[in-house]
Design a protein around this ligand. Sequence first.
Ligand code: PNS
Length: 174
Amino acid sequence: MDSLNPTRRIAVYPGSFDPVTLGHMDIIRRAAKQFDKLIVAVLNNTSKNPLFTVEERKALLASATADLPNVEIDSFRDLLVRYMRTRNANVIIRGIRSVSDFEYELQMASTNHQLDSSIETIFMMTNPKYSYLSSSIVKEIAMFHGDVGELVPPEVEAALRAKFAAAPRADKRS
Ligand code: PNS
């Protein structure tokens, strides 16, 4: 850290993380190297219908990032920029997988900049290996008892198996 600037560089990686994927994990690992502290912040959004509760999502993230000492897991139920002020953070990290992500991300970054111009959004390109990957795709595969072992951390794979254990397999349906 710059010794003339004792301010810690704190970034927030916000998202739904329902559930965290290896694409998210790639961004978390890389972003954690660039900041003194990275807060992975799960949006507690009552209007969505998530598969995992906020507490479950936080627990899965905490387990998957246990080897990263400067990563903290938190949740928020507020405007992101307002939450960030409470955490003394001024950088938002977002991953971009493809051109199709860009429009939505630009809209969010511009909105956040309008709300608080002291906050910067930094985009990181998702590892091309995971450019097709999303939490929705993972849930769909898991729902039909497909193999998600290459797509999510092991604890998430186990949690998905448990969630869908009671659901009938697609190939067993009449
Ligand atoms: O993983 P997601 O669902 O794409 O993440 C979206 C998220 C959580 C980053 C975004 O919805 C958000 O920041 N919501 C908080 C409310 C807010 O600040 N909205 C104004 C900026 S768009």
